[in-house]
Design a protein around this ligand. Sequence first.
Ligand code: PA5
Length: 446
Amino acid sequence: MKSDISVKTNGISSFIRTEDIALYTERAKTSLITLREGKGLGNQFTGWLRLPDRTVEETEGIKRCAARLRSQAPVTVVVGIGGSYLGAKALTEALSDPFSEHEHTLLFAGHTLSEDYHASLLRYLDHTSYNILVISKSGTTTEPAIAFRILRDHMRKTAGAEVMKSRIVAITDAQRGALHKLAVEEGYETFVIPDDVGGRYSVLTPVGLLPLALAGYDADAFVRGMRDMALSVREGDDTATNIAIAYAAARNTLYHKGYTTEILISYEPSLVYLAEWWKQLYGESEGKESKGIFPSSVTFTTDLHSMGQYIQQGERKLFETVIHVEESRHSLVVPGAADDSDGIGFIAGRSLTDVNHKAEAGTRIAHIDGGVPVIKISMKRIDEYNLGQLMYFFELACAVSGYILEINPFDQPGVESYKRNMFALLGKKGFEAERERLEKELKEKS
Ligand code: PA5
C-alpha cells in the first residue's frame, strides 16, 4: 500500500557519496527485516509494530469511557510524563483550534515537579468539576505519582470522596505497580498498556487514544492512519521506496559523515509538541553507548528570527528534517490595500499557506547553500488520519535507525541515574550511603 506521506532526500545528495547512501540503505533493509522477524535487541518490546492490526475493538471501549467522562465534567486532567504524556499532548495540540472554546478541556499534570504550575492548576480546578486520567506504565514514576496524590487530595476536598471512583480513570500495567494496586483497591475504570509496548511507542494504546477521544477527535481515523502506514512501511518493500528505509538510511548516512544533530522543522506552530514527542522517541531510543544523533527542533518562520542565524552560519554539524504540510485547514489571503504603505502589496491576494511555502522553499535553498543537508517529509494536512500515518512512520523508522546503530532502541537505562540521585537526596530508605556521597560532591561542585 502506498502512503500519503513522502520522504525526499534530494536535499542531502550534495553532502554524501552515492556508495554511502547505498550502504546505509542496505543496513536499513536488514534492520527492518530483523525488526519484523522479532530477532533484534529488545525484541520483547516490539508489540507496537502490530498494534494497528488489533486496536479496533479496543477503541470502542475507549470511546465509551471518553463519552462518560465528557458527560460528567467539562475538564479532564491528564497525569503522566514522557511516553505517558507526550503522545496525547502532541495529538491534541496538533488538532486543536487554538482560539476557540473547547467542548471538553484537557489539562496536563505530572510532567513537571514545578510547585507554581501545580498550585496554579489547583486554583483553576477550585472553580470547576473535573476528571483525572492518570497514566503510568510502571505505576511508580515519581512525578505523576506526586501530581496524582495532590489531585486526589484536592478532589476529595472539593468534590467529596464518593465521586472519585467515577471521576478517576487509570491507564497502567495489567498486573504490576502501585497505580495498578490503587486502581484495583479504589475500583477505578482501568485500561492496560500492553507489556510488549514501551512508553514512547505507546501512542496507539489507550495512552494516546483516550485523551484523543476525550478531546473530541476522531480516534478511528487515527487508528486507520496508523494501520495504513503499517501496511506501507512494515509490510512494504525492502527497498528505498519504503519511506522508513529511505529516512533511516538518509539520517544514518549523514550521522556517519559527522552530521550529529538533527533538527526537526515545521512551519506550523500546532506541531511544536509533535516535535517534542519525536525528540523523546529518537533521543531516548538512540542516545546510548556514547552514540546517537542529537534530536532538536525549531518552528519556522518564528525561529528563523532566532535560531535561523546559527543554522545558516554556525558550526556545520547540523542536518534538517522538514515536515512540509501541503494543505491548511482554513483559508486566509493577504488583503489588498489602497496605499501599499507597508510595502507588501506584491503579495496581496496570496494565501498565507502560499507565502509560508515560499518561505519554506527559500529557506531550504539558503540552508543547503549554507552547508545544511535537508530531508523533506511531506504530509497532506494536519488531521487524525495523517497524524496516525506520520507517527507510525516515525516509530518504525526510529526502530530501524536504532538497529543500524547497533543499540537497543527500546530501553532507557540512562533515565535511572537522575532518579537514584533524587531519591537519595530526598532521603528515601535504602539510599543512605548514596546520599552521603552526593551531599559531599554537591558541596564541592555547587
Ligand atoms: O518511553 C518511556 O518508556 C519513558 O519515557 C516513560 O514513558 C516515562 O518514563 C514514564 O513512565 P511510566 O509510564 O512508567 O510512568
